[in-house]
Design a protein around this ligand. Structure first.
Ligand SMILES: Nc1nc2c(ncn2[C@@H]2O[C@H](COP(=O)(O)OP(=O)(O)OP(=O)(O)O)[C@@H](O)[C@H]2O)c(=O)[nH]1
Ligand SMILES: [Mg+2]
Length: 181
């Protein structure tokens, strides 16, 4: 039986866990383009994505989801638009331990404004074990102010259950008729 193929895109600031999330749920060893970080990200983690991540997950019997991840750093933002092509929806990961994570989310919602309007978005708040502040409600309020109703979860990018729940909630929200796998 031939499967339906979908593409989703993970984005968000450097260190939010995009590469980790894709690696966590991918059925096969993902393709990564991480190089040793030489800039300010080096203090936080040893490597950073310079082009893209790519993994794949089969959901149920007949759905294959292709997982693409962007670089987080602004200097590679030319990849953000390229990677949107053909994607069904966007997963924004934000690192709750950064100085202004709600501002980070605002920046990514702005950057992907037209894409989100045409597709859909879900938000994963990572590193809530490192910083419990700001609360989830701050993100919900921001999304509501922008007229966006979408899933918002606290996720640990290292936990396959968290990441796949976020992914499935995005897919479900894009197509409520679809049965979650
Ligand atoms: N404590 C904690 N660590 C986490 C959590 N989620 C992810 N991490 C860690 O945070 C780091 C995220 O790094 P990456 O996955 O490379 O982040 P990225 O978003 O791909 O970053 P760029 O490619 O630089 O944009 C990894 O060391 C993860 O193990 C979490 O919920 N809690
Ligand atoms: Mg990365």
């Amino acid at each position: 039986m031939s499967a339906d193929h979908y593409k989703v895109l993970f984005t968000g600031p450097a260190g939010a866990g995009k590469t980790t999330a894709i690696r966590t749920i991918s059925d096969h060893l993902p393709m990564m383009t991480d190089v040793a970080a030489t800039d300010e990200t080096r203090d936080r983690k040893p490597s950073t994505t310079v082009a893209m991540d790519y993994g794949v997950i089969r959901l149920g019997r007949d759905e294959v989801v292709h997982l693409y991840g962007t670089p987080g750093q602004d200097r590679f933002d030319f990849m953000w638009e390229i990677l949107q092509e053909g994607a069904l929806g966007l997963l924004v990961l934000v690192d709750n331990a950064r100085p202004d994570p709600v501002g980070d989310l605002t920046r990514f919602l702005d950057a992907y404004d037209a894409f989100i309007a045409a597709t859909g978005v879900a938000v994963g708040i990572t590193r809530t074990d490192v910083s419990a502040h700001p609360p989830r409600q701050d993100y919900v309020d921001l999304l509501a102010r922008r007229g966006l109703r979408c899933p918002v979860f606290s996720v640990d990018a290292r936990d396959p259950r968290d990441v796949s729940l976020l992914l499935q909630s995005l897919l479900y929200c894009l197509d409520p008729e679809a049965s979650p796998a």
